[in-house]
Write a protein that binds this ligand. Sequence first.
Ligand code: FES
Length: 147
Amino acid sequence: MNISRKDFLKKTTLLSGGLILLPVIGNLSGCSASAESTKVTVSPEGIIKYNIAGTLKNPGDGELLELEKTDSKILLIKKQGNSFTALNSVCTHKGCELVKKRDFLDCPCHGSEFDFSGKVIKGPASEPLQSFKTEFDGKNTVTIFLK
Ligand code: FES
């Protein structure tokens, strides 16, 4: 199945009216299913509550979260202090699943790299990763807002 980049981005963007959760990702040619992920539940309001107890202790630690009942995945990464970033795990170039390295996100398909804020640090991708607002309760729960 061939799909244009523009169509892909349209289909993968979370619109304000509801979640569009990427059944198309699994059909993109050249994609690699890879890293181990943790299944998470998304509320009807588009909220994920993720318990980080025992994980995400140090800046740069990351978890790949698989949104239940979809093929969509989000990378949750600990930043400095008690802040976190949540990024769509799909490369904005042609839709391959990114691999988290120690200090950046790597695309195994054509070599794009993104920093932990989702900004492109090496092409051919030119668009940043879709990011989602997060809140940390100061204990063990990170809330990710998909809408
Ligand atoms: S799909 Fe990621 S660089 Fe091409």
